[in-house]
Design a protein around this ligand. Structure first.
Ligand code: HEM
Length: 329
């Protein structure tokens, strides 16, 4: 009898452990997690107010925040690890050296600490601020669950982000490791509907060294665009490495819309990885679908961002709520 009880109890413990694992971190995220927790302040409204003011004077903030969400969530999850200052942290890894927007996160944090110290995590601020910027830039508004906590770890050696020359298959495989699908991959790369790249990301791979051949230009690039990049924006001199190329047409480069996909259909994708989504038959149909249906992109892009925002989050009593986003407590 006693051993039957022990066996039953052991089975229960195992079952609970399995359930906890299956639930992962995000089972504990909630809509409106901060409601009633900030001395009468509406946390999401405070974030939105600060993002709105910044967007009004610096609209590229939408690009900075979207890229930040990706570089944050794709390295050990959406845990604020990217925000930590100091030698050897995620922020110091090469792909992160051109990430911007840290000052906005710090400004939101300072305001929230003033209103309710130690309540709102830096990782939630990143996700809320990106959400607000996307809506301000013409994207569809969406709700996000909150309750993330900040990790007490940030290591440059953990930063293994995809390269701009990735094939579609490599990109899909990368997102697959985060539990995201090929469809999600194509949707998320739609973030390149805003912002810019440095010429350095396309000079050797697309303009002057395609396929490893000196001087070769990617034949998969619209010849007029290749001509413009080579002669004006990214000439073949070291000093052009830091020049900027919009990832979408200039008129649309600060608008969250489906024009990025239309450009891929016209061979005007800027990074190889962008154009590869159209060149590969297994993702081309998704590009076509999103290019031909603006409403579909608007409704699905937020869903992909939400999935990304819930990758490997810390919740409950895990991690900490940092006082300053760039430092562990
Ligand atoms: C295979 C995946 C991806 C690759 C290889 C990639 C690569 C790049 C590269 C090389 C740049 C230019 C950086 C620079 O020169 O400063 C860039 C910019 C950008 N990326 Fe991605 N990216 C990927 C996925 C994503 C995702 C998932 C998002 C967001 C959800 C994103 C958002 C952005 C944004 C908004 C910019 C413009 C940033 C700015 O204007 O400051 N990217 N990306």
């Amino acid at each position: 009898m006693a051993s039957a009880v022990r066996t039953g109890a052991a089975a229960l413990v195992v079952a609970l452990a399995v359930l906890a694992l299956a639930g992962g971190g995000h089972a504990q995220l909630h809509y409106g997690f901060y409601k009633g927790k900030c001395n009468g302040s509406d946390v999401e409204a405070v974030v939105q107010g600060i993002v709105k003011a910044r967007f009004a004077r610096e609209s590229p903030i939408v690009a900075y925040l979207l890229r930040m969400q990706f570089h944050e969530c794709a390295v050990n999850g959406c845990d604020g690890g990217l925000l930590i200052d100091g030698p050897g942290t995620e922020k110091t890894a090469p792909p992160n050296l051109s990430v911007k927007g840290y000052d906005l996160i710090a400004a939101v944090k300072a305001e929230l600490e003033r209103r309710c110290p130690g309540v709102v995590s830096c990782s939630d601020i990143q996700i809320l601020a990106t959400r607000d910027a996307v809506a301000l830039a013409g994207g569809q508004a969406y709700s996000v669950r909150t309750g993330r906590r900040d990790r007490r770890q940030s290591r440059a050696s953990d930063v293994k982000l995809p390269a701009p020359e990735y094939t579609a298959a490599q990109a899909v495989a990368f997102y697959g490791t985060m539990g995201l699908s090929a469809f999600d991959t194509v949707l998320l790369l739609g973030a390149h509907t805003v912002g810019a790249t440095h010429c350095s990301a396309i000079k050797s791979s697309r303009l002057y060294g395609y396929g490893g051949k000196v001087g070769a230009t990617d034949p998969g690039m619209d010849p007029y665009y290749a001509f413009v990049y080579k002669n004006w924006v990214c000439p073949n001199t070291a000093s052009s490495d830091g020049n900027l190329v919009f990832l979408d047409d200039q008129w649309s480069a600060l608008r969250v819309d489906n024009n990025y996909y239309k450009n891929l259909q016209r061979r005007r994708g800027v990074l190889s990885v962008d154009q590869n989504l159209y060149n590969d038959g297994s993702t081309r149909w998704i590009v076509d679908l999103l290019a031909n249906n603006a409403g579909l992109f608007q409704s699905l892009f937020p869903q992909a961002l939400i999935k990304l925002s819930e990758v490997n989050v810390l919740t409950g009593t895990q991690g900490e709520i940092r006082k300053v986003c760039s430092k562990f407590n």
